[in-house]
Design a protein around this ligand. Structure first.
Ligand SMILES: Cc1ncc(COP(=O)(O)O)c(C=O)c1O
Length: 366
């Protein structure tokens, strides 16, 4: 057996969430009747303009994609309200950019700060580069960041601080004044993950003109409806963009991905409608589940909501398995650090599916 890096012993192969096909086959349910609430996707589908743009470029896929994507960056810059040279794009989603950041920032034994429970990929990637995770905390009950726990953990070795707003899986926001306190307390890069910012109708782009140690990361996988194409982008200082561009994968952003992004950004009505419907459905789910006595639902600023189900007598694993029999896929949060075995995250679906889900949940836990 070939000898691989020691750090690989700390990792297991990623176990993805259950797919619609898998559940449909296992329980004999039609695929279109599966209610997929596990992955925070856009349930209404991609923009029709994006679909057309993909069809229109099929005759070009024998050629390599453009690697500088100048026009694409221009369009993203226009959407985000920054200069073009502050944009970097990733072809395996925002996740690719976390990897490029780790390659750009980390020397062995450097540290990074995360606030569990939060998106776990930061840790997954940074540890691969031999960085040491340092844990701040997120107050789940209040659904807010414990800012002091971040400030108290900054050391000379801190290279990156990850702030997820809205936070996945809890749905709470981080106040901008707290982000500013952290930025001003360190030279480390403060990575503000705004994967879900559209659903919160607020963002932190204004900080980019004042501070050069901020990196805002976003994705086309959520409100933009392009999760299957894997496209993310980062907004930061032109100097950091230039450094990262030296080491990022050159051709990871495919021709169909580039065209789909440009078409989606030109479809303002689609973006507005997707945002509006997601927020309406989130509030529908919040109100309806609030009425179920033994389930606690947390207010959310994203396209998913966290439920505490300890009063139902089920663990999250048991309830997820039970819901699967009805064709419902949810996210059991037991594997999130700092969460016990009683939390489940659900994403918004189309209205008929949300209505159906609430009925099923009432039936199962009632
Ligand atoms: C908080 C957060 N950041 C980043 C991502 C990565 O998004 P992408 O699909 O662009 O890799 C996700 C994906 O679910 C997420 O939840």
């Amino acid at each position: 057996m070939v000898e691989t890096r020691k750090v690989l012993d700390e990792f297991n192969t990623y176990v993805p969430g259950r797919s619609k096909k898998e559940i449909a086959q296992k329980y004999g349910i039609k695929e279109e009747n599966i209610i997929k609430l596990g992955s925070n996707e856009n349930p209404w589908g991609a923009s029709p303009k994006a679909k057309q743009a993909i069809i229109d470029c099929v005759d070009e896929i024998n050629r390599y994609p453009e690697s500088n994507h100048e026009y694409l960056k221009e369009e993203i810059a226009r959407y985000a309200g920054v200069d073009k040279d502050m944009v970097i794009v990733g072809g395996d989603g925002a996740d690719e950019l976390f990897d490029v950041l780790a390659k750009a920032l980390i020397d062995p034994d450097d540290e990074f700060i995360v606030h569990p429970p939060t998106y776990t990929y930061y840790e997954y990637v940074f540890k691969q580069h031999n960085a040491k995770a340092v844990y701040a905390s997120w107050n789940v009950e209040e659904n807010c960041l414990d800012v002091e726990s971040v400030l108290n953990n900054i050391t000379d070795r801190t290279k990156a601080i990850f702030l997820c707003t809205p936070n996945n899986p809890t749905g709470g926001l981080i106040a901008q004044e707290d982000i500013v306190r952290i930025i001003e307390s360190t030279d480390a890069l403060v990575v503000v993950d705004e994967a879900y910012w559209e659903f919160s109708e607020t963002n932190n782009v204004n900080l980019l003109s004042e501070y050069d140690n901020v990196f805002i990361i976003r994705t086309f996988s959520k409100v933009m409806g392009l999760a299957g194409l894997r496209i993310g982008y980062g907004l930061t200082s032109p100097e950091l963009v230039e450094k990262m561009s030296r080491i990022k994968p050159v051709f990871s952003l495919t021709v169909p991905s580039q065209r789909a992004v440009i078409a989606t950004l030109s479809d303002e009505d689609y973006i507005k409608e997707s945002t509006k419907k997601s927020i309406e459905e989130r509030e529908y789910l919040y109100d309806s589940i609030s009425r179920i006595d033994n389930v606690k639902i947390y207010p959310s600023k994203s396209n998913y909501l966290l439920m505490d189900i300890r009063e139902t007598g089920f663990t999250a694993a048991q309830l997820s398995a039970k819901l699967m029999e009805y064709g419902v896929i949810v996210r059991d949060c037991t594997s999130f650090q700092e969460m016990d075995e009683y939390y489940i995250r659900i994403s918004v679906e189309t209205h008929p599916k949300n209505v159906k889900f609430v009925k099923i949940l009432e039936e199962v836990v009632g």
